[in-house]
Design a protein around this ligand. Structure first.
Ligand code: ADP
Ligand code: MG
Length: 364
């Protein structure tokens, strides 16, 4: 489906090539993850698939690209749009019209698809991506995850064989990101769609992809199935890092798999971690913290933090993470409950006093 041979490319403004000697062959039905540090060439490589590079970017290009037998360098973006559906990081940048249905139909109108077929295709992709109930909604009223699904539906309405996505989940909260990736897995499995995905949340996609391609400084550093890739990649998610240190082989791709194969070792580790944590002095104690703006938000939040611990507060957008932190350092006064930092009750202290013990960095 994709044949890239010794591809080298430089942007007109930069002396250093953004892609160097990249060779990559992708079969129909594969689900390829492109990973690598920021600036390593992932987006540039993706843009070569539909001719955005070099047709919109200019610059000098060498080597060959074939996508479904077509040459994007010679043919350009319009000719490739029926073969490669493109989805970007920001849904706002891709929407053209203001309702869901109109936006999805827009690309089909441009491609001069007859009205009857157009209606059928729009219905089909809306059903596929769970958008049917949102058909008449204004795009501006949709959540980020819903807007990304509209962007994917718009791309799929042209019935491309390849879907190329550039960090489509980076603006989404964890749940919306997980839902979007589930939708991609379904498209890959059920329609046999070839998917090329740039994504930095590796742990989410590793169980589903057939290959991982790692970019570094414009070069293809490695190209391997996910387990092999994670055993040698410059970075890996925590689970695979743990597996690498403990010499697990083959590396597990999910926690469930790790439990099944290495459950005893994990049990030992867990009790060791628990012993270490229990031995720590409690530095922060949060008990029954309750707070709301116009309606209740934090309800009876309780936890302790030991000396030297690093604690991640997780939750979907609007679940109260930032509010909790603001309560802890006294920027918001709790309605009920207590916060103790280093043995001192802080609920009655001023923020300035609390911040002598606990430094606070806000989101913006
Ligand atoms: P990634 O997607 O992996 O973050 P990019 O493909 O965006 O990497 O960038 C690869 C290299 O090309 C970087 O050195 C970047 O600075 C450069 N680059 C990207 N876009 C442009 C552009 N429009 N003009 C000039 N240089 C660019
Ligand atoms: Mg990029």
């Amino acid at each position: 489906m994709i044949q890239i041979n010794t591809l080298t490319y430089s942007y007109p403004t930069s002396p250093r090539p953004a892609l160097q000697d990249v060779t990559l062959h992708v079969a129909a039905g594969e689900f390829v993850l492109i990973a690598g540090e920021s600036g390593s060439g992932k987006s540039t490589l993706l843009r070569c698939l539909n001719g955005l590079v070099p047709h919109f970017s200019g610059g000098t290009i060498g080597g060959t690209v074939r996508v479904n037998g077509l040459d994007p360098i010679a043919l350009g973006v319009t000719a490739l749009s029926r073969h490669v559906g493109f989805v970007l990081q920001t849904p706002e940048a891709q929407a053209v019209l203001d309702t869901v249905e109109a936006d999805i139909a827009f690309g089909l109108e441009n491609a001069a698809i007859p009205p009857a077929e157009m209606a059928a295709r729009v219905d089909e992709v809306m059903a596929l991506l769970g958008l049917t109930a949102l058909r008449d909604r204004q795009l501006s009223t949709l959540s980020g995850g819903e807007r990304q699904r509209v962007a994917i539906a718009s791309a799929l309405a042209l019935r491309p064989q390849i879907l190329a996505l550039d960090e489509p989940t980076s603006q989404l909260d964890p749940q919306a990101a997980a839902d979007l990736l589930d939708a991609l897995v379904q498209l890959n499995k059920e329609l046999g769609l070839t998917i090329v995905l740039v994504e930095h949340r590796l742990e989410r996609v590793l169980p589903y992809v057939t290959r991982v391609v790692w970019m570094e400084n414009g070069r293809l550093l490695l190209d391997a199935p996910p387990r092999e890739a994670m055993s040698i990649a410059p970075q890996a998610p925590p689970l695979q890092q743990l597996g690498r240190r403990l010499g697990w082989s083959p590396l597990p791709l999910t926690v469930r798999e790790a439990r099944k194969r290495f459950g005893d070792e994990l049990g030992d580790l867990r009790s060791e971690v628990r012993r270490t944590l229990q031995a720590r002095r409690t530095l922060m104690k949060v008990e029954g913290v309750t707070f709301g703006y116009d309606k209740p938000l934090l309800r009876d939040v309780c936890f302790t933090v030991g000396e030297g611990e690093a604690v991640a507060v997780l939750g979907s957008n609007g679940s109260g993470k930032s509010t909790l932190l603001r309560c802890l350092i006294g920027l918001l006064k709790v309605e009920a409950g207590v916060v103790e930092i280093n043995g001192r009750l802080t609920t009655t202290l001023e923020t300035a006093d609390i911040c002598r013990e606990a430094a606070y960095l806000p989101q913006n």
